[in-house]
Design a protein around this ligand. Structure first.
Ligand code: CA
Length: 221
């Protein structure tokens, strides 16, 4: 156990870049919770949940076609209804030491803007407890894609420590519908990402250092 401690002490200035813990690349006519839509890094599992009557669109008509494509999510209301959301869940196991930093996604309005939501907000839950809210992440949606990021703060609310299993859920709400709502007010979503920093296990750093030493030894020969 001494080697990893020395390894950290010898390289105190190492900073680890941002990791995408979960990336949902949604696809036309594919359920958002399909395994093919999700890529994980540092996290042990992830899932999409739809609550309060919100569902994804399989309709041929409308704006969600194209190559690869994305999903539309519908059945929104004029005001935020806290039980009506799309939830993006990611779980970190006992061996993951991570800090969430941001939630990033692509969003667009549906093709009939006047009868569909114009605003999007999110709420982050850690193990079922709300720790972050931003109700006006996107306002004035158009049919053009918008790349939206919510930056979290710092502190234990956004951390999953070694020895702790934690599930984070980002609940996304769409709302603010002008005029008579369409039958199924909807928005388009794609490339949903939960990002942050992942600290490698001490043993992993030790092995990496041994690898560098071995590489150096080879080069000296
Ligand atoms: Ca896609």
């Amino acid at each position: 156990m001494i080697v990893p401690a020395l390894a950290f002490a010898a390289f105190p200035a190492i900073s680890f870049g941002q990791t995408t813990f979960a990336h949902w690349d949604l696809a036309y006519l594919t359920h958002p919770n399909a395994a093919s839509a999700l890529t994980l890094d540092c996290a042990s599992s992830g899932s999409v949940t739809m609550n309060g009557g919100v569902n994804y669109s399989t309709a041929q008509a409308g704006s969600e076609g194209g190559s690869d494509g994305y999903n539309c999510f519908g059945h929104w209301e004029d005001s935020i209804n806290s039980s009506k959301y799309v939830g993006f869940n990611v779980t970190f196991g006992n061996n993951d030491d991570v800090m969430l930093s941001e939630f990033n996604f692509d969003v667009r309005g549906y093709n009939t803007l006047s009868q569909n939501p114009s605003k999007v907000g999110i709420q982050l839950f850690k193990n079922g407890v709300s720790v972050f809210t931003d109700n006006t992440l996107a306002t004035g949606l158009t049919t053009a894609w918008e790349d939206v990021t919510a930056s979290f703060g710092s502190g234990s609310n956004f951390k999953s420590a070694l020895g702790s299993t934690d599930t984070f859920e980002v609940r996304l709400y769409a709302y603010d519908i002008s005029g008579t709502p369409a039958t199924r007010p909807r928005i388009g979503l794609d490339n949903i990402r939960i990002n942050g920093h992942c600290v490698p296990e001490p043993s992993g750093v030790g092995l990496a250092c041994l690898g560098l030493i071995a590489l150096g030894a080879r080069r000296r020969r």
